[in-house]
Write a protein that binds this ligand. Structure first.
Ligand SMILES: *[C@@H]1O[C@H](CO)[C@@H](O)[C@H](O)[C@H]1NC(C)=O
Ligand SMILES: *[C@@H]1O[C@H](CO)[C@@H](O)[C@H](O)[C@H]1NC(C)=O
Ligand SMILES: *[C@@H]1O[C@H](CO)[C@@H](O)[C@H](O)[C@H]1NC(C)=O
Ligand SMILES: *[C@@H]1O[C@H](CO)[C@@H](O)[C@H](O)[C@H]1NC(C)=O
Ligand SMILES: *[C@@H]1O[C@H](CO)[C@@H](O)[C@H](O)[C@H]1NC(C)=O
Ligand SMILES: *[C@@H]1O[C@H](CO)[C@@H](O)[C@H](O)[C@H]1NC(C)=O
Ligand SMILES: *[C@@H]1O[C@H](CO)[C@@H](O)[C@H](O)[C@H]1NC(C)=O
Length: 568
C-alpha cells in the first residue's frame, strides 16, 4: 500500500546505526543521512513501514544515480543550507524543508527537526503516482519519466496472506467485461456493478478476508476501488462511465488498490460479511490514465475477492469523520476547515477500543492538503492520515494492518481540510459531484459493533450534534428546525409583534433584534448563519421570521458598526 505514517522507532534507528558501518563501504550515504533533517526516516512512497535508504538517490536502496534533490544537495556542497531547504527540487510545490520536516529551515545536524511525521521525499514529485507527477520527465540514464521510475521502485510482490492457505477459502473474480475500450481521455472513472451471489458456487453466509487486484492493462490502470452496495442496487449489464461514486446505493468503501500494493489482506481476526448476512452487490471502480489519448486501448481489470465460511472473530466497519455542508469561497490559495469529533462524541460513539487498520482522506479536485489527527488526553497528538499534497486522482492509503491504530472512547479526532480555489471565480458548495467539495476521513476498523454509529461529522461552525459544548452557547440549537418550537418561542412572538416582513423597518423591530443579538447566542455570528441556512430555511415559520428580521438588517448592522461592501 502507499505511504503510511511512520513514527521513527527505537528499533529501526538501532538497525540503521549497526548497519551504517557496512553501508559506508558500499556508498557513503549514511553519513549524508545525518546532514539532512530526518535523513534516515523518509518513508518509501509505496512500501509501508519502509524508509527510502538514500534520500538523494534514484534507487530506493541508496546507491547509484542521484535524483533531483541529490543533485541539488551535491551542488550545495553536500550540506543542509538555507537555499537547499527553500528549494523545491522535485517541483511538487513543497520545499525540501517542508518535505523533510524542517519547514522553517532552522535545522542543524544532531538536533531534532521540528516535525518527524508527514515526511516525504524531496526528490520525488508528490503525490508520487498522480497523473501530473507521473508525466514528469526526469534526468536519468535508466528512466525517462517519473512513472517509469516509480513503477520500477513500486513493483508489488505476491499477496502474502496466511488466511488464504486455509481450506474453505473460495474466490471470485469481479472484472469488468472483456474488451472494454478505454476512452481516449486523460482520465476516466469506469464502473461495473456485480451480483456476488450469482458468481458464488453455493450461496450462503460468508466473510471476505482478502481482496487482490486483477490487472489486465497495467499501462492505463491507476487505481481500483471496491464498494459495497445496498441490496436494492441491480447489477449493471455492462461497464459504464461513472463519477466519484458508482451509484447512489454503492457508497460503502471496502478497499482501494493503488500501484505498488499486492492487494489487501485483512487483519487475521477480521472479515466483511457477504452473502445472506452481508453485502450481495459490489461495484468495481477503475481509474484509467490515458494521457496520450490513445483510442486503441482495452482493459478488463477488476478484483479477486477471497471469502470463507469460517467466520473471523470480528467484523470490519467503516467510520466517516469530517465536515459537511460548507462553502469554499473563490480566489483563495488556502481555505481551511477544521472538524472535531470531540471527546464527548467519541465517548458516546465508542463503547470500547476501536482498532483502525486503514485510513484515507477524501476531498475533490480543489483539495490541497488534508490530515486526520487524534488528540488523546489533550496532549498526545498522533496522525491517522497526512497528505501534504492531496490529489483526488491519487488516493494515498495509510495502513496499520500489522499494528492497528487504537482509538479509545474519549479521544478527540480532528480533521483538517485545506482547499485551493485560486483558479475559480465562483463558490464551491459541499456536495457529491466532482465540481462540489467534500471533507471526509474514512477509517476501516474493528470490531464493527464497538462504534455505535457510522459517522461523526460536523456542520457549520464545527457544530457536532453529539456534543452540546459545540453549540456556541445556543442550548436550543437542535430545536430551531421545529415549527412548533419556533411558534411558541418568546423571541418569535417578540419579532412577530414588532417587525413587518421585508419592510418597512420600524424602530421597535430594530430594538428587538439588537437585544436578541446581544443576549441570545443563537442569534450571533456564524452560528446564526448556520441556523438560518440549515433550519429556519426549512419551515414556513422560520422563513417568516427571517423575512421580519430582514426588514431591519441595515439598521441593526449600523448599531453593531458593521459596514457591508457597497456595490461598485
Ligand atoms: C518529456 O519529454 C518528451 C520527449 O522529450 C516531451 O515530448 C514531453 O513534452 C516532455 N514532458 C514534459 C512534461 O516536459
Ligand atoms: C501459503 O503457505 C505457503 C507455505 O507456508 C507460503 O509460501 C505461501 O506464501 C502462502 N500463501 C499465501 C497466499 O500467503
Ligand atoms: C478476452 O477476449 C480475447 C479476444 O477477444 C480472448 O482472446 C480472451 O481469451 C478473452 N479473455 C477472457 C478472460 O475471456
Ligand atoms: C458495544 O455495543 C454493542 C451493541 O450494543 C455490543 O454488541 C458490543 O459488545 C459492545 N461492546 C463492548 C466492548 O461493550
Ligand atoms: C489519560 O490520562 C489519565 C490520567 O493521567 C490516565 O489515567 C489515562 O490512562 C490516560 N488515557 C490514555 C488513553 O492515555
Ligand atoms: C448538555 O447536555 C448535558 C447532558 O444532556 C446537560 O446536562 C447539559 O445541561 C447540557 N448543556 C447545555 C449548555 O445545554
Ligand atoms: C460603534 O462605534 C461607536 C463610535 O465609534 C462606538 O461608540 C460604539 O460603542 C460602537 N458600537 C459597537 C457595538 O461596537
Amino acid at each position: 500500500m502507499n505511504r503510511s505514517l511512520i513514527v521513527r522507532t527505537r528499533l529501526i534507528s538501532d538497525v540503521l546505526l549497526t548497519s551504517a558501518v557496512l553501508w559506508q563501504v558500499v556508498s557513503s550515504y549514511p553519513t549524508y543521512q545525518q546532514q539532512i533533517p530526518n535523513g534516515d526516516s523518509v518513508p518509501h512512497p509505496c512500501k509501508p513501514n519502509t524508509f527510502w535508504a538514500g534520500v538523494g538517490h534514484q534507487n530506493d536502496q541508496g546507491s547509484g544515480e542521484r535524483n533531483a534533490f541529490g543533485r541539488d544537495f551535491e551542488r550545495e556542497g553536500k550540506i543542509w543550507t538555507q537555499s537547499l531547504c527553500h528549494l523545491d527540487s522535485d517541483g511538487d510545490g513543497l520545499t525540501n524543508g517542508q518535505e523533510l520536516g524542517d519547514p522553517e529551515c532552522v535545522w542543524t545536524p544532531n538536533t531534532l527537526p521540528s516535525r518527524q511525521v508527514g515526511l516525504s521525499n524531496p526528490g520525488i514529485c508528490d503525490p508520487w503516482d498522480s497523473p501530473v507527477c507521473f508525466s514528469n520527465n526526469i534526468t536519468s540514464v535508466k528512466y525517462q519519466t517519473q512513472e517509469e521510475w516509480m513503477r520500477d521502485m513500486c513493483r508489488a510482490g505476491p499477496l502474502l496472506c496466511p488466511g488464504l492457505n486455509e481450506s474453505d477459502v473460495h474466490q471470485v473474480a469481479l472484472t469488468i467485461d472483456n474488451g472494454t475500450q478505454v476512452p481516449f481521455m486523460d482520465k476516466t472513472y469506469y464502473c461495473q456493478i456485480f451480483d456476488l451471489e450469482s458468481h458464488m458456487t453455493i450461496p450462503g453466509n460468508y466473510q471476505i478476508i482478502a481482496v487482490e487486484p486483477v490487472i489486465d492493462n497495467a499501462q492505463v490502470l491507476h487505481h481500483i476501488a471496491l464498494f459495497g452496495c445496498d441490496d436494492v442496487q441491480p447489477a449493471s449489464p455492462a461497464p459504464f462511465d461513472c463519477g466519484v461514486f458508482p451509484s447512489i446505493s454503492c457508497h460503502t468503501f471496502i478497499t482501494i488498490w493503488t500501484i505498488g500494493s499486492p492487494g489487501d489482506c485483512f487483519h487475521p481476526d477480521t472479515g466483511i460479511s457477504v452473502g445472506s448476512g452481508g453485502f450481495t452487490k459490489f461495484a468495481v471502480q477503475l481509474f484509467w490514465n490515458n494521457p496520450s489519448g490513445r483510442d486503441d486501448l482495452l482493459d478488463s481489470s477488476g478484483v479477486k475477492i477471497y471469502y470463507t465460511e469460517k467466520r473471523r472473530p470480528y467484523e470490519l466497519g467503516l467510520l466517516k469523520i469530517g465536515h459537511e455542508s460548507f462553502l469554499v469561497p473563490p480566489n483563495h490559495p488556502a481555505v481551511s476547515f477544521k472538524s472535531t469529533c470531540t471527546s464527548v462524541c467519541t465517548k458516546s460513539l465508542f463503547n470500547g477500543t476501536v482498532y483502525v487498520t486503514m485510513a484515507w482522506n477524501h476531498m475533490h479536485y480543489i483539495g490541497k492538503q488534508m490530515q486526520v489527527q487524534v488528540l488523546r488526553n489533550k496532549t498526545d497528538i498522533q496522525y491517522l492520515t497526512f497528505d501534504p499534497i492531496y490529489n483526488f486522482d491519487s488516493p494515498q492509503i495509510h495502513v496499520f494492518q500489522e499494528k492497528p491504530f487504537q482509538l479509545y472512547p474519549g479521544d478527540e479526532i480532528i480533521t483538517t481540510c485545506i482547499y485551493n480555489s485560486q483558479d475559480l471565480s465562483w463558490t464551491t458548495p459541499w456536495g457529491e459531484a466532482t465540481t462540489e467539495e467534500m471533507c471526509y476521513g474514512f477509517l476501516v476498523y474493528y470490531p464493527k459493533e464497538n462504534a455505535l454509529k457510522t459517522s461523526c461529522v460536523t456542520l457549520g461552525p464545527d457544530v457536532n450534534y453529539c456534543d452540546n459544548s459545540t453549540f456556541h452557547g445556543c442550548s436550543d440549537l437542535q430545536r430551531f428546525s421545529s415549527p412548533f418550537f419556533l411558534s411558541d418561542a418568546d423571541f418569535y412572538q417578540d419579532i412577530l409583534h414588532n417587525c413587518r416582513t421585508f419592510s418597512p423597518c420600524v424602530e421597535e423591530c430594530t430594538n428587538t433584534i439588537v437585544q436578541l443579538k446581544k443576549n441570545d447566542p443563537c442569534f450571533q455570528d456564524e452560528l446564526f448563519d448556520f441556523i438560518k441556512d440549515q433550519m429556519l430555511n426549512t419551515n414556513p415559520i422560520g422563513q417568516d421570521m427571517m423575512a421580519r428580521i430582514a426588514s431591519c438588517q441595515r439598521q441593526v448592522d449600523s448599531v453593531f458598526n458593521i459596514s457591508r461592501n457597497t456595490r461598485t
